[in-house]
Structure formats: structure tokens, C-alpha cells
Design a protein around this ligand. Structure first.
Ligand code: CMC
Length: 389
């Protein structure tokens, strides 16, 4: 239920508004639909479960960008274009080496994407075709940036992309220098499919607002990364890992979660503006977290996550607070060997496809976003000169 507020302004007019724009329709879109009551998600008509089972991140990205599932040739060509654009320009890599390597990884990513804009933006005419080329390049290069940031953080030399590997496998390779086994690569591929798109969430809306001024794509994506970073949005997956580490063992789960709920602390990875039942992406990720726990022989993180889920269902399930996509992705990334500070950047490696699809859709029938607010400030104030204040 949207939190609708009623206010009277100082001109004597009554207004209502929805806090956080909940339920407000901003425009139309053909990219994604979320049924929050039944926990269903479709990308351009296809259920997320089917895409997670049968598609790849590359194919899903093409589908999101261009609206049709690619033919074999279209997919091969798209894949070749992605591979051709994986490497970072040497100038950008050199500047990255000068940046403070211990800074927040999302701030680092945001800065590098902004920097790339200086090298990549060729003109100020942003047609949909031109934008699609820039979008493909960004999808291609995001894993290289994220892996390079992680390696620089660890005082290691970045690793060049390996074009014999798919998008997901290559990301794992560029982070740790070892080619992953097929299952690990496929699990990350599925994570990337699941995180690729989600309607008018904060970062996607940000990207559409920014591009609606007809600025460049890099500005829109840079702003979106800044938005995704926040703990209420993509930053929640890192918050989940902090929570799991704080709890530390299965026998502490009940006590710590109860204290947090009593003190009205938010449990990261739970709750959603749209879903009031289990997020369908969380259901899929939970299964992979369980399988990875068995394979790695390290059951603790999955077991703690499952117990938190059970307690939350019992305590706040009737208020529609269930695991969201960030909850089980934390333990999955942990099992895949990623460091905590890479979790939100990996979300961005995936969501760049959704942002790009929305930026292109926005440009097709653009109208500048320019909403209003209710003015509640003073209306009859005198200017007092500085010497009299
Ligand atoms: N733990 C405990 N209580 C919660 C939680 C939670 N995770 N989420 C919501 N609530 C409570 C909240 O305290 C509030 O209670 P009251 O009405 O008594 O004040 C009520 O539920 C409504 O919460 P809200 O914050 O007004 O709802 P919202 O629609 O603005 O919030 C949300 C959505 C995602 C910001 C919120 O659920 C939250 O902060 N969750 C934790 C952060 C998180 O996991 N974010 C990831 C979101 S999904 C993926 C993504 O977008 O990146």
C-alpha cells in the first residue's frame, strides 16, 4: 500500500503525494514487468525462471537491448562485438593505477565509467543506433573494470580478458587468474541474468532521468552506478554479508535477528518496494547457494541464510517482508570466491544491460523528466542585509 501523504501548502492549496513516488506511473515501458503480489518477473514477456534455465547473460542482454531473441548469427555477431570491446583503453588503465586503490569499489567503478566517457563519447548527437553501440561497449568492458579494481585493491596487476571464455567465466578469470569450472561459470552467468533488469528501480529511473536531458550515455550510466551503490538498493548484498559475518555461527542467528527486529534495525536483503512475497530471483539463488554450499563443503553461510529466512518469515512474513535478490546472492558470491567489496560491482556488471535497454527506450520517444514538489517553505520573508544578521 503506497504511503499517501496529504499536505496543505501556505497558499491554501491541498495536495497529496506518494512518498518515494510509490505507485506513481512515470512513463510506459516494454522491457520488464513485476507482479509483486504473486512474485513473478518477466523480461519482455519471458519468465525469469525460463531465462535463468535456458539463456545466457549475452543472449539476455541482446534480448533486453533489441527486444527480440537473437538468431544464432545475431548472437554470434553480438558476442564477437562484446569480445572485441572487452579491453580497457591503455590510458584509462594507467589512470586507474594512479587512483586510490582502497577507495570504495562502487565509487571507483563510477569514476572509471565517467572517465571512459572522455575517451568514448564521439559526438553530442545521441541517436538510438549510436547509443546502442556505446551501450554494447559498456556491457563488454564492465567486467574488465570491476576485475581490475579488485586486483588493484589487492596490489596485483590487472589481467587482460580471455576471449576464449564467455562473459561470466571471463570475469572470474580476470579476478583470480584461474579459469573457473563449468558449474561456477554457469552459476555466475545465471546471477548476471537474474540481476540484469528490474523495471523502474532507483538506478534505472536515474539513468532514464539523466538521458532524458539528451546528455551522453556515460553520464546516465555514471549516475546510475552512484544510485545502485546505496545500501537500500544494490549495496544491500554487501550489507547481507556484513550481517552473516556479524552473526558468525548458526547458533547465534535467532538471538541476533530478534535483537535487530526489536530495535527496528533493517535486515539487509529483506523487503522490497514491489514484492510483498518471495522475490522469484531469491528463490532461484537460494537453490544455487545450497548447491554451492554442498560442493564447497562450507555449509555455514547457506545454513545461516536459510535460518534467517525462516525467522523473518515467522516474525515479519505477514507484513510482506521476504528475501529479495540481494539476500542469497551474497552467499552465492562468497562461494564463488568473490571478495565482499566486489558484490555490488558484480550487480552493476549485470544491471548495465537493463540500464542500457532503458536508456535506448527513453531516447526512442523522449520527453524530459521534470516532476514537481509541494512547496512548504516560507513565502513571506524579508531580506536582511548581512551587516544586520
Ligand atoms: N527489515 C526489517 N524491517 C523492514 C525491512 C527489512 N529489511 N524492510 C522493510 N521493513 C519495514 C520497515 O521498517 C517499515 O516498517 P514501519 O512501517 O513499521 O516503519 C515497513 O517495513 C515498510 O518499509 P519501508 O522502508 O517504508 O518500505 P520501502 O518500500 O520504502 O522499502 C526497501 C523497500 C527495499 C528500501 C526496504 O525493504 C529495505 O530497506 N530493505 C533492506 C535493504 C535491501 O535489502 N535493499 C535491496 C532492495 S531489492 C534489490 C535492489 O533494489 O537492489
Amino acid at each position: 500500500m503506497a504511503k499517501v501523504r496529504e499536505v496543505m501548502d501556505k497558499f491554501g492549496n491541498k495536495h497529496t503525494y506518494n512518498e518515494g513516488m510509490e505507485g506513481v506511473l512515470a512513463t510506459t515501458s516494454e522491457i520488464c514487468h513485476i507482479n509483486g503480489k504473486e512474485g513473478k518477473l518477466i523480461y519482455r514477456g519471458i519468465p525469469i525462471e525460463e531465462l535463468a534455465e535456458k539463456s545466457t547473460f549475452e543472449e539476455t542482454s541482446y534480448f533486453l537491448l533489441y527486444g527480440e531473441l537473437p538468431t544464432r548469427k545475431e548472437l554470434d555477431d553480438f558476442d564477437a562485438r562484446l569480445k572485441a570491446n572487452r579491453a580497457l583503453p591503455q590510458e584509462v588503465l594507467s589512470i586507474m593505477k594512479q587512483m586510490p586503490s582502497q577507495s570504495n569499489t562502487m565509487q571507483f567503478l563510477r569514476t572509471v565509467v565517467s572517465l571512459l566517457g572522455l575517451y568514448e563519447t564521439k559526438s553530442d548527437e545521441h541517436t538510438v543506433i549510436e547509443t546502442s553501440h556505446e551501450a554494447e561497449k559498456l556491457i563488454a568492458v564492465f567486467p574488465t573494470i570491476v576485475a581490475a579494481i579488485q586486483r588493484l585493491r589487492e596490489g596485483k596487476e590487472p589481467i587482460a580478458p580471455d576471449n576464449s571464455l564467455g562473459h561470466a567465466a571471463n570475469l572470474i578469470y580476470m579476478v583470480n587468474g584461474e579459469k573457473p569450472d563449468e558449474f561456477a561459470a554457469r552459476v555466475l552467468d545465471i546471477c548476471l541474468i537474474l540481476h540484469a533488469e528490474h523495471g523502474f528501480n532507483a538506478s534505472t529511473f536515474t539513468s532514464r532521468v539523466v538521458i532524458s536531458t539528451l546528455t551522453d550515455v556515460h553520464s546516465a550510466i555514471t549516475a546510475a552506478i552512484g544510485s545502485l551503490r546505496g545500501p537500500l538498493h544494490g549495496g544491500a548484498n554487501e550489507g547481507v554479508m556484513h550481517l552473516l559475518n556479524e552473526i558468525g555461527s548458526l547458533d547465534k542467528v535467532e538471538e541476533i535477528i530478534k535483537i535487530k527486529l526489536e530495535t527496528k534495525a533493517k535486515i539487509m536483503g529483506f523487503g522490497h518496494r514491489v514484492y510483498k512475497v518471495l522475490d522469484p530471483r531469491a528463490r532461484i539463488l537460494s537453490q544455487y547457494s545450497e548447491r554451492l554450499a554442498q560442493i564447497t563443503g562450507n555449509e555455514t553461510y547457506y545454513a545461516m541464510s536459510k535460518k534467517i529466512e525462516d525467522i523473518m518469515k515467522r516474525e515479519v512474513g505477514d507484513r510482506g517482508i521476504y528475501p529479495n535478490v540481494d539476500f542469497f546472492s551474497a552467499s552465492v558470491y562468497h562461494y564463488l570466491g568473490f571478495k565482499l567489496e566486489s558484490y555490488t560491482p558484480i550487480f552493476a556488471v549485470s544491471r548495465i544491460s537493463g540500464w542500457a535497454a532503458h536508456v535506448m527506450e527513453q531516447l526512442r520517444e523522449n520527453r524530459l523528466f521534470r516532476p514537481s514538489s509541494v512547496y512548504l517553505g516560507d513565502i513571506d520573508r524579508k531580506y536582511i542585509s548581512i551587516s544586520e544578521r
